[in-house]
Design a protein around this ligand. Structure first.
Ligand code: SAM
Length: 225
């Protein structure tokens, strides 16, 4: 479940400060774990929903005093019924990709997410290094890397460092679009014309997928939805 917990309260406060939460905001926290970020979020927000999948961690959090604006839920945080202004999440690393695909389909004003450096590099990769997730992320979001958190800032320490990203929405994706981009990238070294032939779509041009811009790839994905 990607259970690496922040050790320092200062590190937790720094992450929550980056969200710029006001008393008008509804905040979703996915994976509160032992609640390192939750208290800081509750002190700033109007309403907080914190969703923890691990029943034991959920019960531990539930046994603490509720600040009054916290709705604690045990379950999968990546729900299509979620409604929030701001997402704050030290994402479960095993589910970072799923989380980004899910976030691309939500309507939100800002997200502060912590991901492993390796995954952040994938999200911001350019040209031939791009994967489906890079194209989706750069089309759906503006992303800014704020600061890194070294592995020894967690308990237990993960093998790689993490980075805190500020994400705002550029475009909202649909489930079909996410799946079409993934399908295109399963053939990413072929020419676009050959890929599209497999989907019964005609295309003029001899470029390969990685020679196109993110916008062009998304437009092509829309033709095979
Ligand atoms: C990297 S830990 C972060 C914990 C805490 N927020 C912190 O910063 O120390 C990720 C947390 O997400 C929880 N988690 C994993 N998958 C989840 C899911 N699908 N929905 C909600 N919580 C999940 C894990 O149990 C774990 O508590």
């Amino acid at each position: 479940m990607g259970q690496h917990f922040l050790k320092s309260d200062d590190a937790a406060r720094r992450i929550v400060d980056a969200a710029g939460i006001t008393d008008q905001d509804t905040v979703l926290e996915i994976g509160p774990g032992r609640g390192e970020l939750t208290g800081h979020i509750c002190r700033r927000a109007k309403k907080v929903t914190a969703v923890e999948l691990d029943r034991y961690l959920y019960m531990c959090l539930k046994s603490k005093p509720n600040p009054g604006n916290l709705d604690l839920v045990c379950g999968d945080g990546f729900s299509d019924d979620a409604s929030f202004d701001i997402l704050v999440s030290a994402l479960p690393y095993s589910q970072s990709r799923r989380a980004v695909e899910w976030l691309s389909r939500q309507e939100f004003s800002k997200a502060i997410i912590m991901v492993q450096q390796e995954f952040a590099d994938k999200l911001t990769a350019k040209d031939r290094d791009r994967r489906a997730i890079s194209v989706l992320a750069s089309w759906a979001f503006d992303m800014e890397a704020l600061h890194s958190v070294p592995g020894d800032g967690f308990e237990p320490p993960p093998e790689v460092d993490s980075v805190v990203l500020r994400v705002t929405q550029r475009n909202r994706a649909t489930r079909d679009m996410v799946s079409a981009i993934n399908r295109l990238f399963s053939h990413r070294r072929k020419t676009v014309r050959n890929i599209l032939k497999e989907f019964g779509v005609e295309y003029e041009g001899s470029q390969r997928l990685d020679e196109l811009t993110d916008e062009e790839i998304v437009r092509i994905a829309e033709t095979i939805r």
